[in-house]
Design a protein around this ligand. Structure first.
Ligand code: 13P
Ligand code: SF4
Length: 334
C-alpha cells in the first residue's frame, strides 16, 4: 500500500466512518488528526524522511505512511529507501531490521516500549546453547529465525524468514534438520508443509495465541459462506479451520482477488481495519484482538519523533553485520 493524498478533516471523518468507531473517530478527533497529519507531512519533507508502517498500525498512521505492508514487504522496502531518515511505525524488531539494512540512515521508532512477545522469548545466548546441544544429535542442524527476533538473535542464526516465506526458506536450505525460532505455532505450520525435521522453540505471539479453535468454529458455523483467513502465528487447531493461511499482506491480496464477498480475518485487528478501508465493497469480520505493542505507536508520537529526532535505533556493528547476513540470505532465498 502506497502513500495517500492528504485529506481534510471532513474527508478523514467520512473515510474513517467505514470503521464504525464513532468515539475513536469523532469530528473533533478527526480535526486533531488532520492537523497532526499535516504537520508530519511538512516535517517529513524538511527532514527528507519516509515513514514505513506495518499493517497492524492505527488507520490514521496509514495517512502519513509512504509504505504500508507485512514484514517481508517492509524488509524489502527498507533495502530501497532513498531518504536520510526512516520513521518506523511498527515494533522494535522491525525498526532494527530497517537499521540493519540502512546503517548510515537515521532510523527512528516513536515509542521504545513497542516490543513483541515473540522477540522477547529468545536470547542469543540461550539459542547458541540449545543449538550446540542439538548439534550433538543433528550435526547438520541450521537455525531459521522468524524476523520477530532481536538483531542479537538474527546475528547468530543461519537465515531469517517471515510468515510469508517461512516454508520456502526452510525448503531452500541444504540441510534436513532445522531449529526454528521463536514461534512454536509458525514452526508447527512449517513442519506440516515440509518433509524436513523442524524443531521449534517454545515462544508465541500473545495476540494470536489467545484465539481458540472453539472461537473460530462458532464463527464458521454462523457464517458458512465466509472465507476464513488465518495467520500462521495461530495455534495448529485454528490453522486447521482455515480456507487460507496467509501473512497479513497475503490476506489483503487474497481478499481483493477472491470471488467471495465475506471474510473472517483471524489476526490482529489492525489488518481488518486496513481491509475495511481499502476494500469497502466486501465484508470483513474481525478477530477483535489488539497488539498492545503495535498500538503504542500513535500519530502524536510520530510527530514528536520527527520533531525531536527520537528514538534513534543504534546497533553494535558486529551485531548489525551478523543480522544483515541472515536477512540478506532470506531475501536471496525468497
Ligand atoms: P506479517 O505482517 O509479516 O504477516 O507478520 C505479522 C506479525 O505479527 C508481525 O509482528
Ligand atoms: Fe509481536 Fe504478536 Fe504483536 Fe506481532 S502481533 S508484534 S508477533 S506480539
Amino acid at each position: 500500500m502506497q502513500t495517500v493524498t492528504e485529506k481534510s478533516a471532513a474527508q478523514l471523518h467520512d473515510y474513517l466512518a467505514r470503521l464504525d468507531a464513532p468515539q475513536t473517530y469523532s469530528d473533533e478527533s478527526c480535526r486533531q488528526f488532520a492537523d497532526i497529519i499535516h504537520r508530519i507531512r511538512v516535517l517529513k519533507a524538511q527532514r527528507n524522511a519516509v515513514v514505513l508502517a506495518h499493517n497492524y498500525q492505527r488507520p490514521e498512521i496509514f495517512e502519513v505512511a509512504d509504505f504500508v505492508g507485512d514484514s517481508l514487504e517492509l524488509a524489502r522496502q527498507a533495502t530501497t529507501v532513498d531518504a536520510d531518515v526512516i520513521v518506523f511505525c511498527g515494533v522494535h524488531f522491525m525498526a532494527e531490521t530497517a537499521k540493519v539494512l540502512n546503517p548510515v540512515k537515521k532510523v527512528l521508532i516513536p515509542d521504545l516500549r513497542a516490543g513483541c512477545s515473540l522477540a522477547e522469548s529468545v536470547t542469543a545466548d540461550a539459542l547458541v546453547e540449545r543449538r550446540d546441544a542439538l548439534r550433538k544429535t543433528y550435526p547438520d542442524l541450521q537455525i531459521v529465525a522468524y524476523v520477530n527476533t532481536t538483531a542479537d538473535v538474527k546475528a547468530v542464526v543461519d537465515v531469517c524468514c517471515t510468515s510469508s516465506n517461512a516454508v520456502k526458506v526452510v525448503n531452500a536450505l541444504p540441510t534436513q534438520n532445522i531449529l526454528f525460532v521463536p514461534d512454536e505455532h509458525l514452526g508447527a505450520y512449517v513442519q506440516s508443509q515440509t518433509s524436513k525435521n523442524v524443531i521449534s522453540w517454545n515462544g508465541n505471539c500473545y495476540v494470536h495465541h489467545q484465539i481458540t479453535a472453539e472461537n473460530i468454529a462458532r464463527v464458521k458455523e454462523a457464517l458458512p459462506h465466509a472465507k476464513i483467513l488465518v495467520h500462521p502465528e495461530c495455534r495448529a487447531d485454528v490453522v486447521a479451520l482455515a480456507d487460507a493461511v496467509l501473512s497479513t499482506s497475503g490476506m489483503v491480496t487474497y481478499a481483493k482477488k477472491s470471488d467471495a464477498e465475506e471474510f473472517v480475518v483471524v489476526t490482529e485487528c489492525g489488518l481488518s481495519d486496513r481491509l475495511l478501508l481499502e476494500v469497502p465493497e466486501k465484508k470483513f469480520y474481525k478477530a477483535c484482538k489488539l497488539c498492545q505493542y503495535m498500538k503504542m505507536i500513535t500519530l502524536e508520537g510520530t510527530l514528536v519523533a520527527l520533531e525531536q529526532m527520537k528514538f534513534q535505533v543504534d546497533l553494535d556493528e558486529d551485531v548489525r553485520v551478523g543480522a544483515e547476513r541472515s536477512l540478506r540470505r532470506m531475501l536471496e532465498l525468497s
